[in-house]
Ligand binder design. Structure first.
Ligand code: ATP
Length: 253
């Protein structure tokens, strides 16, 4: 048993635990009501993927780690779902890759940003950006354009798990290398990413951290080779094939 009253042997354990964390996130004021809907959409895709990391997602996770290690200024964007689902894991990824953490919300309120920053501090973060909001992403409406000038505004590589399509597109247009985590390979965010990771953020974030640890001692040439070999279109096509044609085999059912 864990913090949720479901035995670990339950075939849908991970899915139920995820749901429970999102509910708690809403109760704590860190996850929005829309976050619940996003969770539901994600669950459906994850079910079709067999709730496991595919080989092509593994390659994307490795490429993401190489990008983060090569970056001058990597930033990990955190929204209400990410904060509820993987607070410790995202803080650990930031530590291992030397990235900044920045809270970024679709429905921005100072209160929720502060609650998320506090939640990340409770899970070990030393600095959390997102409250200064003195930078703007051109081409999108005022509230959603806000970023920290010395955070995402200055980043060369950004990890935007569960980002909305408009902002993902706008970030790409101003030259950021985007790593997107999204279970829907057809979502615009996944389509515009340099590295689309079609995997549950619960599995993706620790996997990227593990790859970053493994690749830490590698030369710049080796890391560049991993980045150059990665093909986002191939990854998206493989994910779509898995979803449309895969065998669902959850918990041996
Ligand atoms: P777009 O504008 O990019 O097409 P959207 O508006 O369809 O996106 P939302 O409704 O905001 O997207 O949903 C968020 C996305 O996040 C969905 O595509 C969903 O599959 C994905 N998602 C939800 N939960 C998770 C999760 N735990 N891990 C990975 N992806 C997730």
């Amino acid at each position: 048993m864990s913090d949720v009253d479901v035995p670990e042997s339950h075939p849908r354990y991970e899915s139920l635990l995820t749901r429970h964390r999102i509910e708690e996130g809403v109760e704590k004021g860190i996850t929005s009501q829309q976050g619940l809907i996003a969770q539901g959409r994600g669950e459906a895709f994850d079910y079709l993927l067999g709730e496991q990391t595919t080989e092509s997602a593994e390659r994307a996770e490795q490429a993401a780690a190489a990008h983060l290690l090569l970056a001058d200024h990597p930033v990990l964007s955190v929204n209400g779902n990410v904060a509820a689902l993987v607070p410790e894991e995202i803080v650990e990824l930031a530590e291992v890759t030397g990235a900044d953490l920045e809270v970024n919300l679709f429905n921005r309120t100072e209160e929720r940003i502060e609650a998320i920053a506090e939640h990340l501090h409770e899970h070990g973060a030393s600095e959390v950006k997102g409250l200064t909001a003195d930078g703007r992403i051109p081409g999108i409406d005022h509230e959603r354009a806000k970023v920290d000038a010395d955070g995402i505004g200055d980043a060369d590589v950004v990890v935007v798990p569960l980002e909305d399509g408009d902002r993902a597109e706008a970030l790409g247009e101003i030259g950021k290398t985007e790593i997107v985590v999204d279970l829907n390979p057809l979502s615009r965010s996944a389509q515009v990413a340099a590295v689309p990771i079609v995997d549950n953020v619960i599995r993706a974030v620790p996997n990227v951290t593990a790859y970053a640890r493994e690749l830490q001692g590698h030369s710049e040439t080796e890391l560049r080779a991993i980045v150059d070999e990665f093909d986002p279109n191939e990854t998206l096509a493989a994910a779509e094939r898995a979803i449309r044609g895969g065998d669902v085999n959850i918990g041996g059912q």
